[in-house]
Design a protein around this ligand. Structure first.
Ligand code: MOS
Length: 752
């Protein structure tokens, strides 16, 4: 259809109900991110940049022991230093209520990953735990004065060696934060023993840190019992509810603002010590406090990804058909929080098998609790399963794509549930075509000093949605405004929602405003678990339907477009989706739980992908360079071609870090991180990243509103295996310990 550029579809013959998905105008296009120019120009005010009258600055003092009791804290020298406002310790800090335990009925309970009662206890539970906060007129003064605080400890025995404590592991329980950690079908061990071909791998992956560009920072201001907090949280609503609970005030008294966020990757999904202690210090000194964490303070007080030990065993016929899959993982958690991660979930999703056993064990150490990070569980577990599949392909002399085709499934291998939509063979075809997989030639070809190899692996991430509330308003002045408390940590949610609104209401994109990042707006889910876009799209579509029907009822003036009708009406029209408070809020939550559980009984929804890559391995130095990458993905409907590709490309870059460089090293004797900074923790830089081709099926999921599944995390899954498989192809060495550092590639590292 043809439209004029200024007023698409706003002809008199077009009813206000136009703008359905079959007449898409904006959805799917690669629209530029709305927050892009301000960020690129340096105009965006991040939390630490935002001026605040009367501001003071906090700095934490960290315990240098994994287990200890504080005997005494001498703050006299720090207090006497000019410019110091006060020093907050467990001797003088206001009391906080203990954190809640996790519950599906109140998902904000997931915001407390740590049970430590910071500055309300004399007990130290992990190296780096804050034991004092110095508040001063300047950040520099606070930082210096923190070095003057003297703490006497009674050092207590601590368990900090993951490998040595392996035998203390206990079976993981399914929780809302880790729903897929165990299960069996058939007799997997007997089937394994009876299989003509068996592949068995023991693998390890190290701990990882999120390393978001913007370190954690909080500004807190109390006005009586009213609390205002600026914090780049991934979960504004969870943060607000958590703070209200911990500080004993009504949730309506707490406002959390996160208008600009410099990345999170899961590290800003929970409420960690820095946020709590800024609020606590502000209450204590009765002035606004800002605490901008150093990179070291972030890594010592914000939980991160567990290391894993994995065992993957595959039993198969000689033609490669699986008879049995066993995937077991051991993860590291803490005596004071954290929990399991769904490392083995990938094995309950990718391949048909008559017998399956997956299980997870947890070792609890005297360390900072682990938390969500960049496809928790799936990023590391896919390294295990997809490395083993590659080995199986080699052992039965099949192309790894052909092996995966032979084991494809349209039902979950564990429970036999249908997938809502799964086109893995199409993804492999698309990816291999774009990569030129068939023409890749044999592995181990020499290119100067380098050995060239190729690898592939599948990607998988489960798709969930959360309840989301929005307000949609069409104004008599000719604009539409969507309001939600959702936070945009850099993935483009505001841009994408504007596209959805524009299409649903058939209004030009530049007439649509999206207001977000403020808990005074309707409740929105966190930016986590790749759930945000699907959740908010569902709520936005519903709001648009309500608005259209309200406008239709306005009478004769409703003959034109939505905006024309509202303008003729002369008054704004506003609709609300969801109730933030009271009985109707409860009912909404129960409905969400029922719908989620009912949906999960019928089908499993997920995002899928297939990675293809080329590596060049230096035969002398063991350096691995990734030289080509193609990823083909099925994320359901694509709302914005540019931001979706960017999400997936970013995921692959994170996967390259996981594969080659990222490793948080802990001194096993002390439980202390070695080099808690970006000098020692190597995230990929531009020079490490080849051009990455992203190809999308763009096939809407039939069970999801507007077919949206979610793109955030699937990209990272499978990347570690794809690289390791390519290194195997190049060198003949099956590497099972990440990252693939030169010493490991050369076979010089002691076996982990
Ligand atoms: Mo994430 S690890 O869902 O931010």
């Amino acid at each position: 259809m043809t439209t004029t550029p200024t007023r698409p579809r706003a002809t008199p013959s077009t009813p206000p109900t136009a703008g359905r998905t079959d007449e898409r105008q904006w959805v799917g296009r690669g629209v530029d991110r709305r927050d892009g120019p301000a960020k690129v120009h340096g105009d965006a005010l991040y939390t630490a940049d935002r001026p605040f009258p009367g501001l003071t600055h906090g700095w934490m003092v960290h315990a240098p022991h994994a287990r200890a009791r504080i005997v005494a804290i001498d703050t006299a020298a720090a207090r006497a230093h000019p410019g110091v406002v006060d020093v907050v310790t467990h001797d003088n800090a206001p009391r906080m209520a203990p954190p809640p335990s996790a519950s599906l009925l109140d998902l904000s309970s997931l915001a407390s990953r740590s049970r430590v009662e910071y500055l309300n206890t004399d007990q130290v539970h992990y190296d780096g735990q804050p034991v004092a906060v110095v508040v001063a007129e300047s950040l520099e003064t606070a930082r210096y004065a923190a070095s003057l605080v003297r703490v006497d400890y009674e050092v207590l025995p601590a368990t900090t060696d993951f490998r040595a404590a392996r035998d203390t592991a206990t079976r993981a329980k399914q929780t809302p934060a880790a729903p897929t950690v165990s299960g069996t079908k058939g007799d997997a061990v007997a089937s394994l023993d009876a299989s003509p071909v068996v592949v068995e791998l023991g693998l390890t992956t190290p701990a990882h840190h999120h390393s978001a560009m913007e370190p954690h920072v909080t500004t807190a201001h109390w006005d009586g019992d009213r609390l205002t907090v600026w914090d780049p949280t991934q979960g504004i609503d969870w943060c607000r509810k958590h703070l209200a609970r911990r500080f004993g005030v009504d949730v309506r008294q707490v406002r959390v603002l996160a208008p600009v966020i410099g990345g999170g990757f899961g590290g800003k999904g929970s409420v960690w010590a820095g946020t709590l202690l800024t609020v606590l210090a502000a209450r204590h000194v009765e002035r606004p406090v800002r605490m901008a964490l150093s990179r070291e303070a972030v890594t010592r007080t914000v939980g991160a990804r567990t290391p894993t030990m994995q065992r993957v065993a595959l039993g198969a016929d000689r033609d490669g058909r699986l008879r049995s899959v066993v995937h077991e993982a051991v993860v590291r958690s803490s005596t004071v929080g954290g929990g399991s991660e769904q490392v083995v979930a990938v094995s309950t999703a990718l391949y048909a098998t008559p017998a399956l056993r997956v299980g997870t064990e947890v070792v609890e150490l005297d360390m900072l609790p682990n938390t969500f990070m960049r496809a928790p569980g799936d990023a590391t577990g896919s390294f295990g399963l997809e490395s083993a599949m590659d080995q199986l392909a080699h052992d039965v002399s099949l192309d790894p794509v052909e092996l995966r085709l032979r084991n494809d499934t349209d039902r979950t291998p564990l429970h036999g549930r249908r997938f809502s939509h799964r086109r893995v063979p199409d993804l492999m075809e698309l990816g291999s075509r774009e990569f030129g997989w068939a023409e890749r030639g044999p592995g181990g070809r020499r290119d100067g000093d380098r050995l060239v190899g190729h690898g592939m692996a599948l990607a998988y991430h489960p798709a969930l949605t959360f309840e989301a509330h929005v307000v949609l308003r069409a104004t008599a002045a000719g604009r539409v405004v969507l309001r939600t408390s959702a936070q945009d940590m850099g993935m483009g949610i505001a841009t994408v929602l504007a596209q959805v609104v524009a299409d649903e209401l058939a209004v030009p994109l530049d007439r649509v405003g999206v207001e977000y990042g403020d808990s005074d707006q309707p409740i929105a889910p966190p930016a986590g678990g790749s759930t945000q876009t699907a959740s908010l799209t569902a709520a936005t579509v519903r709001a648009a339907e309500r608005l259209r029907s309200r406008v239709q009822r306005l009478g004769p003036s409703a003959a034109g477009s939505v905006l024309d009708a509202v303008r003729a009406h002369g008054q704004d029209v506003e609709v609300v989706v969801g109730h933030d408070e009271g009985l109707r809020a409860r009912a909404g939550t129960l409905r969400w739980i029922a719908e989620t559980l009912w949906g999960q009984r019928r089908w499993q929804r997920a995002a899928w992908g297939a990675h293809f890559c080329e590596v060049a391995v230096d035969a002398d130095t063991g350096e691995v360079r990734v030289t080509r990458w193609v990823g083909a993905f099925d994320i359901g409907a694509v709302l914005n071609a540019k931001t979706a590709a960017s999400q997936l490309r970013g995921g692959i870059v994170m996967g390259l870090g996981l594969a080659l460089t990222e490793e948080s090293v802990t001194d096993a004797r002390t439980g202390r991180l070695v080099g808690p900074d970006l000098t020692h923790y190597h995230v990929p830089s531009h020079a490490d990243v080849p051009e990455i081709g992203i190809h999308l099926l763009g096939d809407p999921d039939p069970t999801a509103p507007r077919g949206v599944v979610g793109a955030g995390e699937v990209g990272i899954t499978g990347v570690g295996a794809a690289v390791a498989n390519a290194v195997f192809d190049a060198t003949g060495r099956r590497l099972t310990h990440l990252p693939l550092t030169p010493d490991r590639v050369l076979g010089l590292a002691p076996e982990a």
